[in-house]
Write a protein that binds this ligand. Structure first.
Ligand code: CU
Length: 120
């Protein structure tokens, strides 16, 4: 019986096509939704708009509101050294779990410029 097999094949192809389109649409939606976190650096601490969010792509908007230079490092990525009043944006993908962030300049981290961001 060729006919039932053929129609089954067409139905399967249709299902696969729909799934394919759906997964492309989902991938586009996920790529478009990055979580933005604002970070204010001062002596000697960071103030984040949030320290917990769903894992994925993050945009950390870092501004130095202090009187000396600072930077911001998380998940192996780091901003440039920011002079007072300067800002930088860090785009980073965070996997599920805790991610430590620090200022890498001198001993700033030991003075308090560090913390943990939790990607859920
Ligand atoms: Cu610093």
């Amino acid at each position: 019986m060729l006919r039932p097999k053929l129609s089954t094949g067409i139905a399967l192809a249709a299902v696969i096509a729909v799934l394919g389109v759906t997964s492309i649409a989902l991938a586009r939606t996920q790529a478009a939704t990055a979580t933005t976190v604002t970070v204010k650096a001062t002596e000697f601490k960071f103030r984040l708009s949030t320290t917990r969010a769903h894992h994925g792509v993050f945009i950390f908007k870092v501004t130095n509101r202090g009187k000396i230079a600072h930077d911001f490092k998380i998940a192996g990525k780091k901003t440039v050294k920011l002079r007072p009043g300067k800002s930088a944006t860090l785009r980073v993908t965070l996997t599920k779990g805790p991610h430590k962030y620090v200022c890498t300049i001198d001993s700033h981290a030991s003075f308090g410029m560090k913390g943990t961001f939790r990607a859920t």
